[in-house]
Each structure stands twice: as structure tokens, then as C-alpha cells.
Design a protein around this ligand. Structure first.
Ligand SMILES: O=C(O)CCC(=O)C1=CC=C[C@@H](O)[C@@H]1C(=O)O
Ligand SMILES: [Mg+2]
Length: 375
């Protein structure tokens, strides 16, 4: 089916998080991001959301680098040839090195448009099967252990299926011990965001006594080799996030034994097509995956829900409810979590309507890119 995209709108949005989000890199409260709208010749819109932050702390990509890549390279590539299937874009975008979040935002909009043109939900177009997904919640670093315990209590009460807490040297063994004292059985994981080195092996081994589901990204953000040296020394599975930026990274990580679980973030790995490939590779190797979060607004959240319906997404992800992050999200209905479950929408495409009034309210700047029709 030929997708005739007539124009693409890039919007730069600012949304205020309900609560500041702190990681080992720092704290922020305002989420700035690019929303991509691809409009076809029938006036149907497909939506994608870039997960790049305003500063290059998670990866080298930022809102500004993404805008540059989309405007000067990726949108022209999308317009250059007809698109019969969204999977063509990951090949076509291969001419551009890295810049995965920019690629994923545009590819996601085209996947949404494709599913809408087929009249099927995005999850079905991706080969997903689940009608509801289990979700957990990621908790930023808190000022005190008591505050962390209060927050965990709230989310356990709300039924979230897994708690993810941040750790770093000086905020790790003691904190996890306290959490386990109060919540001995809650499914619990720790995300280190590369705060450790191999010199910290003994400190990381000390976490083995707490029955964590996994330790996420303990070592350097671009490493596979040191993680492969660390994993055999730990009982706790290592989950990689930042280190896995492509199918090849996943292939090498599994070959080396760098991890036993992978946190899948559509933006980090370059799009839904690459996510499907990594999902299939991990399924073949018996390695479970789950869908991480990047504090997305509703469009990105909808894409995360759709990819999580694939069968090897067997662990609860970070796709919490819209109300966990925003006073008002940019989709209707908003994403709701009931007893730790999200019901997967079966409306065509991403399954949620984009609330244009809210989008305009949060939009700071927008630009339209038209496919130049042959003269
Ligand atoms: O979107 C969510 O709720 C999860 C956010 C989250 O935990 C993270 C976002 C970006 C970088 C990290 O701090 C962390 C992660 O590594 O998953
Ligand atoms: Mg992480």
C-alpha cells in the first residue's frame, strides 16, 4: 500500500512534569521534545514522538540535534521515494549514522499512519498479540530513604507490578536493604545509569542478597565487554539499556554474555522495525525484554504500549500512567493503569486520539515540511 505523505509538521513542545525527575546525571522538571505529525493525501495524520532530552546526558542526541537531523536529512529522505511499508525507512535512514531518536520519531509517525491506512491497531501491525500489558514504575532518586519508601508504598497500593529505583555509589546497598526490610516481596529492580566501574564489583555483589529482578546498566553507557566480565560474578541479572543501540549491539551483547535482560527503548535503538528485530533475536536466545521509558508524553507512551504487546516483552516495563507524569497529557483518553495493567487500545494506529488543543497549548514552535510535488 503506497503511503502518500503530503507534509510533515515538526512541533517543539514543553511540558511540566508533576514531580522533578532525578537520576545520577541530575534533576529536571520541564520535558522538552519534538512531536512529529505526518499527513497523507487523505488528510490522515500519523504521530511520532522524539525521546531526546534538551541536554546530551542520556545519549549524544538532543532536541536541537534531532530537529536538525529531521529537517536537513530524514524528512528529505522520507520524501525522496514512495513508502509502501514503514520498514523501508530503517533501511533508507541507514545512510545517516546514529541519530536513532530522530529516526525513531519519524519512523514511528509513519508506522502510525500505515496502521491507520490499514484500519488496524498499531500493535497488530507490529505483530503484537497481548490485549493488556503489565507495567511497573520508575522512581527517581529521592532526598531521603523515608521519602522513597513512601513513594513505593503509594505505587504498590496502585498495583504497579514492579518498582524500579535508582542507585549510585553511596545510595545503593543501604537503600535497597531498607526497601527490602519494608517490602520483602515486592518485585524490585535497580537502575545504575552507568554510575559504577569494575572496581565496584564487591559493592555490586553485595546487592545479590536482595533478590533484585535485575541491575540495569551498572557500567559505562557504551560498554559490552566489562559487563560481560561482571555478569558471571553476580547472581543478579544485568539488564542493559544505554549500551544497546542497535540489533548488532544486542547480537554482540548476547554473544559475549554482557546481560541476561534488555531494556528496549524505541528511540534509543532507532525505531519500531529495529525493536522488532531485537525482540526476535532475544526471543530466539531466551532473553526477556521489557519496554523502558523516557518520560514520554502520550504519543510516545502509545508507541511503547504497542511494542510491549509482542510476546517476548515478558517483564513489566516503565510505561506508567499519563497521570504519573502530567497534569494533562496530549492524548485522549489518557493512558490509565488499573491494578498494574494497561488495556491495549484497538482503535486504528496508536489507538489514542491526539488532543490538538493540548498540543497547541504546549507547542513553543512548529514548522511544516511539504513534499515538493513534481513540477
Ligand atoms: O519514563 C519513565 O518513567 C522511566 C524514566 C527512566 O527511568 C529513565 C529515563 C532516562 C534515563 C534514565 O534516568 C532512566 C532509564 O535509564 O531508564
Ligand atoms: Mg535505564
Amino acid at each position: 500500500m503506497r503511503l502518500e505523505i503530503d507534509y510533515i509538521i515538526l512541533r517543539y513542545l514543553q511540558m511540566e512534569l508533576k514531580a522533578p525527575f532525578t537520576t545520577s546525571f541530575g534533576t529536571f522538571q520541564t520535558k522538552e521534545f519534538i512531536l512529529v505529525e505526518a499527513v497523507d493525501s487523505n488528510g490522515v495524520s500519523g504521530w511520532g514522538e522524539s525521546v531526546a532530552f534538551s541536554a546530551p546526558w542520556y545519549s549524544e542526541e538532543t532536541v536541537k540535534t534531532n530537529w536538525h537531523m529531521l529537517e536537513d536529512f530524514l524528512i528529505p529522505l522520507a520524501f525522496a521515494e514512495p513508502i509502501d511499508h514503514p520498514s523501508e525507512l530503517s533501511k533508507r535512514f541507514g545512510a545517516i549514522r546514529q541519530n536513532h531518536m530522530a529516526k525513531a520519531a519519524l519512523e514511528g509517525a509513519v508506522w502510525d499512519l500505515y496502521a491507520k491506512r490499514l484500519g488496524v491497531p498499531l500493535y497488530q501491525a507490529l505483530g503484537g498479540t497481548k490485549r493488556e500489558i503489565e507495567v511497573g514504575v520508575s522512581i527517581g532518586i529521592q532526598p531521603t530513604v523515608d521519602e522513597l519508601l513512601r513513594i513505593i508504598e503509594r505505587y504498590v497500593t496502585q498495583g504497579y507490578r514492579r518498582m524500579k529505583v535508582k542507585i549510585k555509589p553511596g545510595w545503593d546497598v543501604g537503600v535497597i536493604r531498607e526497601v527490602r526490610r519494608v517490602f520483602p516481596d515486592v518485585p524490585l529492580m535497580a537502575d545504575a545509569n552507568s554510575a559504577y566501574t569494575l572496581a565496584d564489583v564487591e559493592r555490586l555483589k553485595a546487592l545479590d542478597e536482595f533478590g533484585l529482578m535485575m541491575i540495569e546498566q551498572p557500567l559505562a553507557a557504551d560498554d559490552l565487554v566489562d559487563h560481560a566480565q561482571l555478569q558471571p560474578l553476580l547472581k543478579t541479572p544485568i539488564c542493559l539499556d544505554e549500551s544497546i543501540r542497535s540489533f548488532d549491539d544486542a547480537r554482540k551483547a548476547l554473544h559475549l554474555g554482557s546481560c541476561r535482560i534488555i531494556n528496549m527503548k524505541i528511540g534509543r535503538i532507532g525505531g519500531l522495525q529495529e525493536a522488532k528485530h531485537i525482540h526476535d533475536l532475544c526471543r530466539e536466545h531466551g532473553v526477556p525484554v521489557w519496554c523502558g521509558g523516557m518520560l514520554e508524553a502520550g504519543v510516545g507512551r502509545a508507541h511503547n504500549i504497542a511494542i510491549t504487546t509482542l510476546e517476548n516483552f515478558t517483564l513489566p516495563g516503565d510505561t506508567a500512567a499519563s497521570s504519573h507524569y502530567w497534569e494533562r497529557d496530549i492524548i485522549v483518553p489518557e493512558v490509565e493503569v488499573h491494578n498494574g495493567l494497561i488495556r491495549v487500545p484497538d482503535a486504528p494506529g496508536i489507538g489514542y486520539e491526539v488532543d490538538r488543543r493540548q498540543v497547541e497549548r504546549y507547542t513553543q514552535f512548529a514548522k511544516v515540511y511539504r513534499r515538493s510535488l513534481p513540477a
